[in-house]
Design a protein around this ligand. Structure first.
Ligand SMILES: Cc1ncc(COP(=O)(O)O)c(C=O)c1O
Length: 364
């Protein structure tokens, strides 16, 4: 399979470690090792200190699969396959899709959510938001044809921060089931709802054939661990995914698994901390927009760590980001990197350093 460059990841690779101010990171403030280990129970500390670097269980450490399963209603450890998040997308699309299938994908989207299916010979049908930035389920239904094999959704959404209601999400799942379509739900930002009532059930809890993807990188502040998971109640599907994993990573990183167990055992602390950081940054952006009348607008996110800041000055997002980079040493991700037509930049609201980066934008 030939894949074009991953535009966003190449852009980050070029600048992320050189530019001091970051405005657009999608992860939440990464934890330090000392902070994470300070949360460990005596039992998990024992796992950490006595860890021997064998290959690990290819489906994932049993205790980690147990902890992950408890994030969902009605899910058992055997329904979980541990993998890197990005790997999970690769596994799902290459195991469950055939050349010629149609795949309805939320748009805009994290590039691999449509690119890997394209590489597998599928035709992508984008599901776009309406003019007010909402994703309408009735519109999604009109995009499905007899050839549609999979619907790919991502709520809370990267990059816009859009959400659907729990009722709409259940309707999407029901519609997919009725039409024999696999619902692939990227839930990387689940747990970051400002109001817990907005939290969606995992798609895997709603449908036996749905596949949920999530991981430690965003909501749990551990992107460098490279640990995530797929959750699916259909054993035949999970087995296909596992068989492909043998050709990629075989098994997951042993220290990453133990550190993930510690984090998930302390999930409420970590999620609460991150929701507080996001809530604080949302207030800063509201103030920033008020202080710069006519220049910016946004839809504040009800969930997740990202949202788009619309640029009303007439400048392109490319030019705006370039000026920020050169004049202010601020790295911002423009809407052009997501193929979005309107000029905007992605705001990464989960980082503590966001305030300082935003402050520098004001003085552009
Ligand atoms: C929506 C979404 N899915 C998947 C991923 C992949 O996660 P990771 O980079 O941890 O592999 C990302 C990362 O930005 C993402 O935003």
């Amino acid at each position: 399979m030939k894949l074009p460059p991953f535009i966003l990841e190449r852009h980050f690779a070029q600048y992320e470690f050189e530019v001091p101010y970051q405005l657009s990171c999608s992860d939440c403030e990464p934890l330090r090792m000392s902070e994470l280990l300070a949360m460990a129970s005596p039992e998990s500390m024992n796992l950490w200190e006595n860890l021997q670097f064998f290959y690990t269980d290819s489906a994932g450490h049993p205790l980690l699969r147990h902890e992950v399963a408890t994030l969902y209603e009605g899910i058992l450890p055997e329904d979980i396959l541990i993998c890197a998040p990005e790997e999970g997308i690769f596994l799902v699309m290459n195991s469950l899709l055939e050349k010629g299938d149609q795949v309805v994908v939320i748009s805009p989207a994290y590039q691999s959510l449509y690119e890997i299916a394209t590489g597998a010979g599928c035709r992508i049908i984008p599901w776009e938001a309406d003019d007010s930035g909402h994703y309408q389920v009735e519109n999604l239904k009109t995009l499905v044809t007899a050839k549609t094999r999979m619907v790919v959704v991502n709520f809370p959404h990267n990059p816009t921060g859009a959400m659907v209601s729990p009722g709409d999400f259940i309707e999407i799942s029901r519609f997919c089931d009725l039409n024999g379509i696999v619902l692939f739900s990227d839930e990387m930002y689940r747990g970051l709802e400002q109001d817990p009532a907005d939290r969606l059930p995992g798609a895997t809890s709603l449908s036996v054939s749905a596949v949920s993807l999530s991981g430690m990188s965003k909501s749990f502040s551990l992107p460098g661990l490279r640990i995530g998971w797929l959750a699916c109640r259909n054993p035949a599907t999970l087995n296909k995914l596992l068989q492909l994993k043998d050709y990629i990573t075989i098994c997951s990183s042993a220290p990453g698994e133990i550190l993930s167990i510690i984090a998930l055992q302390n999930r409420e602390n970590i999620l609460g901390r991150n929701r507080d950081i996001i809530a604080w940054n949302i207030r800063l952006v509201d103030q920033f927009i008020e202080d710069n009348p006519g220049l910016f607008s946004w839809n504040p996110p009800v969930a997740g760590s990202v949202a788009m800041l619309n640029l009303l000055s007439g400048q392109t997002s490319e030019q705006f980001c370039q000026d920020l980079l050169v004049e202010k040493q601020v790295l911002a991700i423009g809407s052009h990197l997501f193929n979005m037509p309107k000029p905007a930049i992605r705001l990464g609201l989960g980082r503590v350093g966001f305030a300082e980066a935003l402050e520098r934008v004001t003085r552009l």
